[in-house]
Design a protein around this ligand. Structure first.
Ligand SMILES: CC(C)(COP(=O)(O)OP(=O)(O)OC[C@H]1O[C@@H](n2cnc3c(N)ncnc32)[C@H](O)[C@@H]1OP(=O)(O)O)[C@@H](O)C(=O)NCCC(=O)NCCS
Length: 274
């Protein structure tokens, strides 16, 4: 087999963006990675291009693995093989190398998320030894009708990131962790009502994502997250609200009680001890 790996840092952002787009062709949801999207991913998710790899066969790039790193933990942030090179052992070979490299860097665990319905991805990661941590789910709600909600106070996203680090689950998926939340910037906005907090994407647009919901430990069980979401829907009416499938299934009640519908695509949060 003539597979080889090159550090992604040897390629331009534009080359990497186009290789990622090709690697995710025929995916479950349409993926088009522009340079701007990739730059945001790198900054927000702590992707390390010097540890990320472009996979080549016979000198031609056929795939890419993006590796994010924080302390002793790394995350496979994206793995894509171009359609013509799939199902011929490329992914298996590259995954083995990426795991060995993470061990050699002294890391202690590798994390990833994979769409539950992605048979090839799930097979690849299970074979490499990754184990399920929990199911991750997403939600949607189109233009909720709402009366006047409780007033929301706006706050610095950076402060919300700090609170998530203190009060959130210690093993939250990478993109929900305080370390990621702190990297969000305007036009995203953070709001609070008493001990309940949230982060949303630009509410000036028709489609708005809820990227974080937090209730401080001392105030849990009192329905505060429901009050917060209703207040959000009232403050920004006529929006389509999205929650990507990165939220722990045990947090479903927050979105269900606000009338949101669960999305069909779900993910597994997976972990490998190195
Ligand atoms: C997932 C992906 C990276 C796997 O890479 P690959 O080079 O196709 O992987 P391999 O050829 O090494 O196959 C890995 C396993 O998946 C199985 N597999 C591959 N394609 C499959 C398919 N279409 N349906 C079912 N199983 C499949 C293989 O048989 C193999 O299992 P085995 O060793 O038990 O036989 C690649 O298919 C891909 O890029 N898909 C699109 C992007 C994507 O889904 N990325 C992962 C997101 S987390």
């Amino acid at each position: 087999m003539s597979f080889s790996l090159t550090p992604a840092s040897a390629f331009s952002i534009s080359q990497l963006a186009s290789l990622l787009t090709r690697g995710f062709e025929e995916y479950f949801v349409p993926i088009h990675i522009t340079e701007a999207v990739l730059l945001t991913m790198l900054r927000r998710d702590s992707i390390d291009l010097s540890a990320s790899r472009v996979l080549s066969k016979g000198g031609q790039p056929i795939g890419i693995g993006l590796i994010a790193r924080r302390g002793w933990t790394s995350r496979l942030a994206a793995m894509g093989i171009v359609p013509t090179a799939r199902n011929s052992g490329a992914g298996t070979w590259a995954m083995g190398q990426l795991i060995e490299e993470a061990r050699a860097r002294g890391e202690k665990e590798m994390l990833l998320e994979v769409i539950e319905q992605n048979t090839a991805g799930l097979r690849l990661y299970t074979k490499a030894g990754f184990q399920n941590v929990r199911r991750l789910v997403g939600f949607k709600l189109d233009k909720p009708q709402g009366g006047a909600g409780t007033p929301l106070a706006e706050m610095d996203i950076r402060e919300l990131g700090r609170l998530v680090t203190v009060h959130g689950l210690p093993d939250l998926p990478w993109q929900l962790s305080g370390a990621t939340i702190i990297q969000h910037t305007p036009p995203a906005r953070a709001f609070r009502i008493n001990d309940a907090y949230c982060l949303i994407s630009d509410p000036a647009l028709d489609h708005v994502s809820i990227s974080s919901v937090l209730v401080k430990t001392r105030s849990r069980g009192a329905g505060l997250s429901g009050v917060l979401l209703h207040a959000l829907f009232a403050r920004f009416p006529n929006k389509t609200w999205h929650v990507s499938a990165i939220f722990p299934e045990e947090m479903s009640f927050i979105f269900e009680q606000a009338g949101m519908q669960r999305e069909e695509l779900t993910q597994w949060q997976m972990r490998l001890a190195l």
